[in-house]
Design a protein around this ligand. Structure first.
Ligand SMILES: NC(=O)c1ccc[n+]([C@@H]2O[C@H](COP(=O)([O-])OP(=O)(O)OC[C@H]3O[C@@H](n4cnc5c(N)ncnc54)[C@H](OP(=O)(O)O)[C@@H]3O)[C@@H](O)[C@H]2O)c1
Length: 315
């Protein structure tokens, strides 16, 4: 269990999940949080990261920085993705060991699981088949991070755990329509259509694929729970536990954004995998489950996004 005054380093605290971790840790009463912005500390810089760890000596580490960018980045910049992510996580994991942190939590991703694996995806399916090629650079770096944590646990008896999140969404998500994930992409699209008084929104694909989404505060809550309650090398999934079709999701977002035009699907465009859902029975058995509701959390996310957009227009 982390003491309320334990020194906790949140690496990547300027990202969506890092921001939520800081917010939830503070709300839970943790009062000794350490953060460094990207401009103060580039985590690919080995000597600077070492210096930071030797100076600060955190007791707990949440490892959340990432260089991402969806299919576009995986296709166009796989070298940058694999270099940055391997470098960042290698530096943090290694120096966390060197200064003997009590515990480190590494964030994986559900794209580490084989492209064709039984659904819902259990932790055991890792490395049982080929990856989705469009995610490879990112997924290989994540798998290396998990294996590195496990190797350090084995050889050095560290307590480094790896958590596998489903798709996370919420405030501070990436709403850039060129690189955004499903939820921010849909919110941005419907919002633009509403403002532009468009008559129709067209979504790529049939709308039938089913996906799982978890609100970022729920995910941060699960990470804090696991930091306090999970001490095994084996990876552990964190998800919402239920999936939703893109069609249903788009209808909810259409309603929330109050877009009153027509929603259509372009089924000449590819669909991707029909299902993607994590099996969360392991974390459920430990005593954690989702607290909130998709529609309410989508609404909170939209309210946040709208305020940011309105703020930009008023500048
Ligand atoms: N969001 C999801 O749906 C999801 C799903 C599965 C797993 N995850 C994992 O969860 C973690 C957090 O994700 P997120 O969505 O919060 O990501 P995010 O919003 O992109 O945040 C990542 C942060 O890391 C920073 N960063 C990147 N390279 C850095 C470097 N060299 N030195 C210092 N900081 C650096 C980024 O700064 P810049 O923005 O300036 O580059 C950004 O602030 C990641 O490990 C990600 O793989 C996320």
């Amino acid at each position: 269990m982390m003491n309320k005054d334990a020194k906790i380093f949140i690496a990547g605290h300027e990202g969506m999940i890092g921001i939520a971790l800081v917010r939830c840790l503070k709300t839970a009463g943790f009062n000794n949080l350490v953060t460094k912005s990207f401009s103060q500390l580039d985590l690919t810089n080995q000597s600077e990261v070492r210096k930071f760890f030797l100076q600060e000596v955190p007791e707990y580490v949440f490892l959340a920085p990432i260089k991402e960018g969806g299919i576009l980045a995986n296709t166009n910049y796989p070298a940058e993705l694999i270099y940055t992510n391997l470098q960042v996580q290698t530096n943090i994991i290694h120096f966390a060991w060197e200064i003997k942190v009590k515990k480190l939590l590494f964030l994986g991703s559900s794209c580490i699981y084989p492209k064709f694996c039984p659904q819902p995806m259990k932790e055991e399916v890792l490395l049982t088949g080929l990856l989705e090629p469009t995610n490879e650079a990112y997924a290989i770096a994540k798998i290396a991070g998990i294996k590195m944590c496990q190797a350090y646990n084995k050889q050095y008896n560290t307590n480094f755990i790896s958590v596998i999140p489903t798709n996370i969404y919420g405030p501070y998500d990436n709403f850039d329509l060129r690189t955004s994930h499903v939820i921010p992409g849909l919110i941005g699209k419907f919002h633009q259509a509403k403002i532009g008084k468009k008559e129709e929104v067209i979504i790529w694909g049939s709308g039938n694929p089913r996906r799982e989404f978890l609100y970022v505060d729920d995910f941060a809550d699960a990470c804090i729970f696991l930091m306090n309650n999970y001490n095994q090398s084996e990876i552990i999934n964190v998800g919402y536990g239920k999936d939703i079709s893109i069609r249903e999701l788009a209808s909810i977002i259409k309603e929330i954004t109050e877009f009153d035009g027509v929603l259509n699907f372009d089924d000449t465009k590819p669909d991707g995998m029909p299902y993607k859902l994590l099996d969360i029975s392991k974390i459920n058995k430990l005593g954690w489950s989702v607290k909130t509701d998709l529609k309410k959390d989508l609404k909170k996310t939209y309210i946040w996004f709208k305020e940011i957009e309105e703020g930009k227009q008023n500048k």
